[in-house]
Design a protein around this ligand. Structure first.
Ligand SMILES: [Mg+2]
Length: 190
């Protein structure tokens, strides 16, 4: 069902999706590019972070050392309450990590997975801001970026994704195949 929903809406949103590949302003290549100033400039109230591929390689329970350092710095500048985590895999180890280290970061679980827009809409409503002031950083076009199109939030496409082929060769290969597929699809239909 989720894949049918994704394919149908990828077609409907094909022009918007293609912009994430062609507009450098909609892309982030390193977490360090995201600063308090940049968020203010884009009028962003809430920054929503994907986990796999953005904060760490697939199936990690904690953000990478580099991501942890960046997150700590950003939290000091803008406050934890302006950051949320929306992963399609909100594993208990991750929830434990964030509640221990970043207790005021909102971590979503129990909502329909991206590309369903529900999670992003819930965040906007819960935080009391309009969806256009919510930004999702995600490494996937047909899940994260599609969800931003459907929820009318902003989106930053994260590339290249964080990977660890040594630790999870099959999983990482599977997800890199998915990314190649979705980029090819959006390139052709967009
Ligand atoms: Mg991801």
């Amino acid at each position: 069902m989720r894949w049918f929903f994704a394919m149908k809406n990828a077609w409907l949103q094909r022009k918007n999706l293609k912009r994430f590949m062609t507009d450098p302003g909609k892309q982030i290549h390193s977490l360090e590019e995201i600063t308090a100033q940049r968020l203010d400039k884009a009028n962003i109230a809430i920054l929503v972070l994907d986990f796999d591929g953005v904060l760490a390689a697939h199936d990690s329970m904690e953000p990478s050392q580099e991501a942890q350092a960046w997150l700590k710095k950003l939290c000091l500048e803008i406050g934890e309450t302006r950051i949320a985590i929306f992963s399609n895999k909100p594993k208990s180890g991750r929830i434990t990590y964030f509640s221990k280290n970043f207790p005021s970061i909102l971590m979503l679980y129990g909502v329909r997975k991206k590309p369903y827009p529900d999670g992003l809409m819930d965040i906007a409503e819960y935080k009391g801001v309009t969806p256009d002031r919510v930004m999702l950083l995600d490494d996937r076009l047909l899940t994260g970026m599609l969800a931003t199109c459907l929820a009318y939030t902003q989106g930053w496409y994260f590339r290249p994704p964080k990977t660890d082929y040594c630790r999870r060769p099959i999983r990482e290969t599977f997800f890199s195949f998915l990314r190649v597929f979705e980029r090819g699809l959006v390139r052709v239909i967009g």
